[in-house]
Write a protein of this length. Structure first.
Length: 413
């Protein structure tokens, strides 16, 4: 294998002969295996097909590009690359799609986009779930006078130059969404630290946490506004967008959604670019009507189905209707509305097992008890809430006092 260089990546891709049907036809029509004027034209077509597509799941992407194609794409993918043998089932799948959508360059472009998304994006999600942020395409192939060479893509995981992947941002978002969901269904609970700025979030990711959350208390306090007051809407959005560029899934604490209008909440969530949200039913000193809260959840899931909605139940946090029956009733409402997880801060240990026994949906609790004990009770997600922010603030003050106290030697730090 040759080391990756820009010079090698600028070489032509291996020639793909024209094909009359099936996978051979598909290969000969897509931008991935084209050069020259054909590549220029097909890349423009592919780019245009991706314009305005803000899908959050592979299913959603398929609906945007080629409705009903995802099952067929799964059959085509193992035979797509020119160095892979073509299976009869893959040929048949291509022909079924052609019969439905036409034997055109546009159909080929749509199939090609979905094939690459299905294979590479799923593999990327698997890596993210294991804590490895490295995209899963380690090499590519180029044609030289001496034959086909394999080019190492280290440092350029989405390609480079003319053949760079045009769907990098979309693929990364979908992969993060898939990974974040999968992190709630492993043998061990997801340990989710809550950050309040980019530096803290980046440090937590670098420390090995596979996902990072924000804390509404920390974000609000950092900007001088009260928590749960609805005043940190733009601060929350700015931070979420900034953190979405981290090489791991991010979930944002959005208080009660910063609006009572379901469509406004849904559009706000869509604007964040994150893999999950924490949506609470507490409203100051009281609880939102569960039916109205359910409407917010439904709207968010309809607008961004790939975003993990963690429905927070504030009965015990606020000390209002703090009974297990109320928790179960609200959980039923929110899960029926499409919530992906339930979060009950300050839920007593005896009630945790009741909730996990009642629902298959992941239960999130605040950190405090031993992880093993919470795991054995069925907890799938453990978050720190505002604890890290409070600890950092306390440590900052104590450090400043120690450094500035009488007798401290200059430069001792």
């Amino acid at each position: 294998m040759l080391a990756m260089t820009e010079e090698l990546l600028n070489l032509p891709v291996p020639h793909v002969p024209a094909g009359g049907s099936g996978v051979a036809w598909l290969r000969s029509q897509v931008v991935r295996f084209s050069e020259g004027a054909e590549h220029t034209r097909r890349r423009a077509l592919t780019t245009s097909l991706l314009e305005g597509v803000d899908a959050t799941t592979l299913d959603e992407l398929a609906v945007r590009l080629l409705p009903g194609a995802l099952d067929e794409v799964a059959v085509i993918a193992p035979s797509y690359q020119p160095h892979e043998p073509i299976m009869e089932t893959a040929d048949a799948a291509v022909e079924r799609l052609v019969a439905r959508h036409g034997r055109t360059e546009t159909t080929a472009a749509r199939i090609g986009l979905l094939v690459q998304a299905w294979a590479a994006t799923r593999a990327f999600a698997d890596r993210l779930t294991s804590g490895d942020p490295t995209p899963p395409v380690p090499l590519t192939r180029r044609a030289t006078a001496a034959g086909i060479v394999e080019v190492d893509l280290t440092g350029h995981p989405f390609g480079h130059g003319a053949h760079a992947c045009p769907g990098r941002e979309l693929a990364t978002k979908i992969a993060k969404n898939m990974a974040f969901r999968a992190l709630h269904h492993r043998d061990e609970p997801l340990l989710l630290p809550n950050a309040w700025d980019h530096a803290t979030a980046a440090a937590l990711q670098e420390a090995g946490f596979p996902a990072v959350a924000t804390t509404s208390f920390g974000v609000s306090a950092a900007h001088g506004v009260p928590d749960a007051s609805g005043l940190a809407k733009e601060h929350t959005r700015t931070l979420a967008r900034l953190l979405s560029a981290l090489p791991c899934p991010v979930t944002a604490d959005v208080e009660g959604g910063f609006s009572a209008d379901p469509d406004e909440v849904a559009e706000y969530v869509a604007s964040l670019g994150v893999s999950g949200i924490n949506l609470e039913d507490g409203r100051g000193d009281h609880l939102n009507n569960p039916a109205e809260q359910a409407e917010l959840i439904t709207a968010v899931k309809r607008r961004t189905p790939g975003v993990f909605v963690n429905a927070r139940i504030d009965t015990h946090w606020l000390g209002v209707d703090a009974t297990i029956s109320e928790v179960l009733t609200r959980a039923e409402h929110y899960l029926a509305a499409g919530a992906d997880g339930i979060f009950v801060p300050r839920l007593p240990l005896p009630d945790i097992a009741t909730v996990t026994a009642a629902f298959d949906t992941p239960l999130n609790v605040l950190a405090g008890e031993p992880v093993e004990r919470l795991r054995d009770l069925g907890v799938r997600r453990i978050s720190t809430g505002s604890q890290l922010f409070r600890a950092a603030r306390t440590t900052t003050v104590e450090t400043a006092k120690a450094l500035l106290s009488p007798g401290t030697r200059s430069g001792a730090a």
